[in-house]
Design a protein around this ligand. Sequence first.
Ligand code: F0G
Length: 352
Amino acid sequence: MQDWPGLIEAYRAWLPVTSTTPVITLREGATPLIPVPAIEERIGKGVKVFVKYDGLNPTGSFKDRGMTMAISKAKEAGCEAVICASTGNTSAAAAAYARRGGMRAFVLIPDGYVAQGKLAQALVYGAEVLAIRGNFDRALDIVREAAEKYPVTLVNSVNPYRLQGQKTAAFEVVDALGDAPDWLCIPMGNAGNITAYWMGFQEYRQAGHSRTLPRMMGFQASGSAPLVNDTTVSDPDTIATAIRIGNPVNRAKAIAARQASNGAFLDVTDAEIIEAYKLLGGQEGIFCEPASAASVAGLLKRKDEVPAGATVVCVLTGNGLKDPDCAINNNDAAFHTDLNPDLATVAGVMGF
Ligand code: F0G
């Protein structure tokens, strides 16, 4: 097996790097596109469904794609510290890549609304973690101002290198399928990833790597759906804390992607998100975080509109291990506790 060099080396010609750019990589990218037969069965009509399991990146989310680029370019520019606001995954990725590149990482998070695994990562990777009494949108305002005033580089998705790195996920989807899918289903928070995918699909098509472009189908949680409802949400709320965002910074670009691709935005309730989350875990053997399950929840909600025989890709943006509390509180598992330590008891539980 040939060793995967990480996405900057793999897609160097498509990225704004030169031979002198230091490449800070954890060999991110090359994540699997996995068929999901139980979901296909629910849709029927000969529709093929795959998940792009980006939770298998080195820090467990798609953010690594953007961060290898943002941090490499920051290093090239001589920067010594980076800063971001985050619902958890950006902070984990920023911390890992910044520290690997020998830089300080300051991360601002909404106190009490970051999943345990993500917080653990930022701490272990050596970030300086600032938990604020405010939500993600407020944290983003603060870090944008900080980056203007102080010698720190902003690595949220307003940093253009982030989207450049993230567009490689679209390349991988086309490389795996041999063409673009008919639908691309994706969760939206700050709407950077839908923007990046659309950029990637367009660039690959222009270069003749695909014949078609997908419809971009973006999904938000009902309690945090500023793009779906064309508004801002001052107090966003959802179990999917990763996408608990009320004022997406990439709003205009996401709307442009929807229009140009004849796509659509729709919201899914927390109950629908959890249903998809349990279906993926319990029947497909795929553990994603709740925000990621919004892509599958959205597809199931719109299943009547999927054309017969279509190919659909749902992006699973983050790993389920990130949010153990959600997993423990939302499953249909048979969990027997406090059992006597003997075979008769065990056999009794098994029904033998
Ligand atoms: N899924 C997961 C698991 C995420 O962490 C995020 C965003 C999204 C989807 C939405 O992506 O913002 O590009 O539309 N997480 C950011 C963070 C906000 O701080 O980790 P988007």
